[in-house]
Design a protein around this ligand. Structure first.
Ligand SMILES: [Fe+2]
Length: 418
């Protein structure tokens, strides 16, 4: 192999073309599999009494010794005390594992497994953001069946079911309570490992907007943009189905209508919080079947290298990737624009209006879609990792970069204001 390690866009990249061909074949082969995969959706309890109703359901299921899994900051919030009070009233012999941090790594997962086993648990309650729910997806079956969590990343490698799993998202964004995937960080390589398993979807999702009222505007914005990214990448996926289309279009409309409201007046506007929780959940149901795309692949690198929170990273990348998709996905983008009520005389106008609308939404949410944190010397590595993630997963994206160099140039383009 005489190929340079970091080819620029002036050099031919025969290896790249071959990889792309192999990826397209793999994505085409996987398509019918994804369409029929028996991915369960959780039962949903929603509304401002959902927390109490969820605990009642847990008791009805015969769970007596649940472990509550949450993050370090969450235990100090009043809503956490509400959960404990409700469990005390239900006379549950619970234990709390509160060591989860954003982007949890395997050492935390191992501690959680030990905690569950020591408590002789018979159920799990994940409460918090996506990290707590993702961690619980791995902790639960690994603790129940004594599985090494470092061996479960990958496609369908984790096949054993944990105990009854109730997920209570307190942000509206990740949709993790609806998905068959969990992201765990490898503390040695700093790369994110994705666990995809049909058995990790929670049995019950509790969507209680009253738990989300105290979420600060910045987190509301970032997590809400994660939900929008799920809906849009899922809608543009080559694996989209009529059912996922319906869920995604409806999610996008809810988000454009209610995310600015939740951002500006989230402490009072319970309806906006409720709509965002449903939008996020439905986008989760959809993207777990269709997968995501370039936005997530690039955002994961911003998280891994520079610690940019997931939702914020997606928000910064989304409008740029939509711009890149214009020549590939114009009719679908126009359909999204129509559904959220944007004006435009032609598909071309509507698709452009969609890109502008996402830029404007970022402005309203005080998010700058500017990747100023990226270091020039990292771009080669980022490019390779992004291609690896998209091609290996596979993410069935609607449009492709023709070379590493083209993707490098695209990333550089996101580093300067438009
Ligand atoms: Fe996401």
């Amino acid at each position: 192999m005489n190929q340079p390690l970091h080819p620029n866009h002036h050099s031919p990249e025969p290896g790249f073309a071959l990889r792309q061909t192999l990826y397209k074949g793999w994505a085409a082969l996987a398509k019918p599999v994804y369409r029929v995969l028996p991915i369960a959706s959780p039962d949903v309890i929603s509304g401002n009494q959902a927390l109490a109703e969820g605990i009642a359901e847990l008791s009805k299921q015969g769970i007596r010794r649940p472990v509550v899994i949450t993050d370090t900051a969450f235990v100090d919030l009043p809503v956490f005390q509400r959960l404990l009070d409700t469990m005390n009233e239900a006379k549950l012999n619970y234990s709390v594992f509160s060591d989860i941090v954003p982007d949890p790594d395997f050492s935390i997962i191992e501690r959680g497994i030990e905690h569950c086993r020591n408590h002789d648990f018979d159920g799990v309650i994940a409460i918090g953001g996506g990290s707590s729910i993702d961690a619980t997806k791995v902790i639960n079956p690994c603790a129940r069946h004594n599985i090494d969590p470092r061996r479960v990343p990958g496609m369908l490698k984790l096949r054993k079911r944990g105990h009854y799993f109730m997920a209570i998202p307190t942000t509206a964004g990740t949709g993790s309570e609806a998905t068959a995937a969990a992201v765990i960080t490898d503390e040695q390589t700093h790369q994110k490992k994705v666990v995809i398993s049909l058995t990790v979807v929670p049995e019950l999702a509790v969507l209680d907007p009253s738990l989300m009222m105290g979420l600060p505007p910045g987190i509301t914005a970032a997590t809400g943009m994660d939900a929008l990214t799920h809906a849009m990448e899922s809608y543009l996926s080559r694996y989209a189905t009529p059912k996922t289309d319906a869920l995604n279009l409806e999610s996008m409309a809810r988000i454009f209508d209610h995310l600015p409201r939740a951002f500006h007046d989230g402490a009072n506007d319970e309806e906006a919080r409720r709509q965002m929780a449903i939008a996020s959940h439905n986008a989760g149901v959809a993207f777990t079947r269709t997968s995501v795309g370039w936005v997530h692949a690039i955002a994961h690198q911003l998280g891994a290298l520079y610690g940019v929170p997931h939702g914020l990273a997606n928000a910064m990348v989304l409008p740029h990737v939509l711009g890149f998709y214009l020549p590939f996905a114009q009719p679908r983008m126009a359909q999204m624009a129509r559904h959220i009520g944007l004006p435009g005389a032609s598909d071309a106008d509507l698709a452009l209006a969609l890109v502008d609308a996402v830029h404007n939404l970022c402005n309203q949410l005080q998010i700058q879609p500017l990747l100023s944190m990226v270091k020039e010397e990292d771009i080669g590595r980022i490019t390779r990792n992004v291609i690896d993630e998209v091609y290996r997963s596979p993410y069935p994206v609607p449009g492709y970069f023709r070379s590493y160099g083209e993707l490098e140039a695209f990333i550089r383009g996101m580093m300067v204001a438009r």
